[in-house]
Design a binder for this molecule. Structure first.
Ligand code: SAM
Length: 248
C-alpha cells in the first residue's frame, strides 16, 4: 500500500539488506541519496500467531523473518545442545537464567518435541520463581528475543548491512537507523563510530601514520529517543533508538 503512492519509482526487493550492494548493481543503481534501516521484527510479524514471534498468542514455533529460510526456532531448539542453547539465550537475550532455561528446554524436548510458542513460554516461565512470573517483563521475553536473533542471524546481518549501507551512500547522503534493543543499538553505535574515525593510531604515537579517512560524520551526537507524545500515539516507539550519519 505505502509504496503504491510512488508508482513505478518504488521497487520492492525481497533480499537481505546485507546484500544491498549486489541488489543495487542488479538494478543498475549507482549509489543512493539516503537510506533508512528499520531493524528488528515488524508489527505484522509480531501480531500474526502463525509466525511464532510472540509468546502472547499460541502458534508454531517459527520466528523466521524470511520464510524461505530453513532454520526455524523449532528446529534450533530441537538440534542445539544444552550449552549452545544457554549461550544463545545469554548472549542474544542477556538472560541471567540462561542455563536453567536451557536445561528445562532439553528436559522437555526429551519427552516430546517443543512445537508451539505457548509451550516454550510455559517451559521458560517455570524457571522463574513464582513472584517473578507476573512481572512487567514477561519471563519469556529475553529467551524469545534470543531465539529470534539466532534464527535470523540478525546481529551478523546488521553488522554486514551497516557496512554495505555506508559503502553505497553517495557523498552527502544520510543513513538513518532505527533500532529496538540494546544489542542492535550497540552495533549501530560501534559501526558509526568506526566509520567516522579519522585516525586509528595508538594514542602514544607522536603523530598519525595510519592515514585513516573517515567515511561518515555523525549527525546525531547522542541517540534520539521517541518523545512522550510519540510514545502516547505509538507505544511501540518507546524502545526505538535512532542514529544518523552522513556520508562524507
Ligand atoms: C521493524 S520492521 C520494519 C517495519 C516497517 N518499517 C513498517 O513500518 O512496517 C523490520 C523488517 O525488516 C525485516 N528484516 C529483518 N532482517 C532483515 C534483513 N537482513 N534484510 C532485510 N529485511 C530484514 C523484518 O522481516 C521486518 O519485516
Amino acid at each position: 500500500m505505502f509504496f503504491r503512492t510512488f508508482g513505478s519509482r518504488a521497487v520492492v526487493v525481497r533480499e537481505s539488506y546485507k546484500d544491498v550492494e549486489a541488489v543495487l548493481e542488479r538494478l543498475g543503481v549507482d549509489g543512493v541519496d539516503g537510506m533508512v534501516l528499520d531493524l528488528g521484527a515488524s508489527s505484522f510479524q509480531l501480531e500474526r500467531a502463525a509466525r511464532g514471534f510472540s509468546f502472547m498468542q499460541d502458534g508454531a514455533l517459527d520466528m523466521r523473518m524470511d520464510t524461505r529460510s530453513e532454520v526455524s526456532a523449532e528446529s534450533l531448539i530441537a538440534m542445539l545442545s544444552e550449552s549452545e542453547l544457554a549461550g544463545i539465550i545469554r548472549s542474544y537475550g542477556e538472560e541471567r537464567r540462561s542455563r536453567s532455561i536451557a536445561r528445562a528446554v532439553v528436559r522437555a524436548r526429551q519427552v516430546a518435541p517443543i512445537k508451539t510458542t505457548k509451550e516454550l513460554a510455559r517451559i521458560v516461565t517455570s524457571c522463574f520463581p513464582p513472584a517473578e512470573r507476573h512481572a512487567r517483563l514477561h519471563p519469556a521475553t529475553r529467551t524469545f528475543q534470543a531465539l529470534r536473533i539466532a534464527v535470523n542471524d540478525e546481529l551478523e546481518n546488521i553488522k554486514a548491512g551497516l557496512r554495505s549501507a555506508i559503502r553505497v551512500l553517495k557523498s552527502g547522503a544520510r543513513l538513518v537507523v532505527i533500532s529496538f534493543h540494546s544489542l542492535e543499538d550497540r552495533l549501530v553505535k560501534q559501526a558509526f563510530t568506526e566509520a567516522s574515525l579519522s585516525c586509528v593510531c595508538p594514542r602514544d604515537f607522536p603523530q598519525c601514520v595510519c592515514g585513516t579517512i573517515p567515511l561518515v560524520k555523525k549527525i546525531t551526537r547522542k541517540v534520539v529517543l521517541a518523545s512522550v507524545e510519540e510514545i502516547d500515539a505509538n507505544p511501540r516507539s518507546r524502545s526505538a533508538k535512532v542514529r544518523v550519519v552522513e556520508k562524507i
